[in-house]
Design a protein around this ligand. Sequence first.
Ligand SMILES: Nc1nc2c(ncn2[C@@H]2O[C@H](COP(=O)(O)OP(=O)(O)OP(=O)(O)O)[C@@H](O)[C@H]2O)c(=O)[nH]1
Length: 398
Amino acid sequence: MPNLDSPAHPPSWNLQHDVESDELLQLPPFYSPRPLPVSRAISELDLNSLSSIPHASLSSHHSSTNSPLHSDQESTLPDLVSPAFTPPSTPGIQTPSASQHIPRSIPVDSRATNGGCGQKKPKLLKKLPEVNCVVRARIPTTIGGTEMFLHLYQNNEDNKEHLAIVFGNGIRSRSLDRVREGETEMDRLIRGAYTGRLYPGRTTSRQPENSKGGAKLDSIGEDNVEEKADSAMVRIHSECYTGETVWSARCDCGEQLDEAARLMSLPGSGGGIIIYLRQEGRGIGLGEKLKAYNLQDLGSDTVEANLLLRHPADARSYGLATAMLEDLGQKDIRLLTNNPDKVRAVEGPNREVVVKERVPMIPLAWRGKTGGIRSQEVGGYLKTKIEKMGHMLQMGDP
Ligand SMILES: Nc1nc2c(ncn2[C@@H]2O[C@H](COP(=O)(O)OP(=O)(O)OP(=O)(O)O)[C@@H](O)[C@H]2O)c(=O)[nH]1
């Protein structure tokens, strides 16, 4: 089932375009798929994604879409985004020095004009989707011995297995803990609806006091979700097979996932949640993303490539993330992102979840760290995010 809170064809596509752009977006005849006439390509832009594009960016779009004609020319893009093409700073979008372990949070108030998450208003469903955590399991990780609990969700929007990766013991899923009709204690143990730890021979889902693991007797259920003083650190991550599994240096997705997990595993961090959404390729799927990569090699940027394939610049929605966070008992969060759309969209139609603070995701290479992704492609990817998608990112201190 499609995600209803981000329809594939938003009704607001009526962006004006100029005649000049028609001429400049002409592509060579060998292009496949057949390019849309620019009047359609531009009018089918996701207006949400474009409202922050200054006119100058649309002009630069012209010259870059021409570049397939000169594919043998070396791109002049630097290998990393430099401050030269970082937009001027506005309140709330500064990227702080990244010398600390956990980057400093920036206060956010999505109701205020300068609330630190731009002015774009994402189209939201009136009602959140229904989600149900069907199973949870403990996963020891390679990150300094930290363990996490992987929560697998079903929902009434699509048939995908969206995930919540939970670091720390204090966060519980209400739908998981709910007693299911006719289930046995063993059923509950197998689907992960237990407190404390599993061990050979354990027979009850509730951990008795002084039992192995030493946890107190606590009934499982909504009333017993642990109250926390601080807002949880949350990352909403979209699946990226290329960046997370096959070592792609076209994007920094794998690095971002690793970094979020690292921050949530730090002593004193209080843990956190990575909501892992199966929205590969910003929602267009892996096959279409690979086509987009070929268009990028032919000279388009990441936004133009999506549009040429007749997709919105960003086809994602975040209603499932909001519903999963609600299920995990989160009201106020600290969101790890540079993407203003995510901040606003995850708050849901009735601010079911409130983003109190934003923690910037600064590319590791910008911080001179080992393991940071360096390539001409990732430079272009980040540049387009900043210039065309309004990402709140600028160079931190070297
Ligand atoms: N269509 C398309 N998708 C891409 C491209 N490069 C990466 N992606 C996808 O973009 C998604 C990554 O987005 P996120 O990691 O959620 O990041 P973001 O929304 O850009 O913002 P941050 O939260 O600041 O990282 C993944 O689904 C990737 O597969 C591309 O060139 N084209």
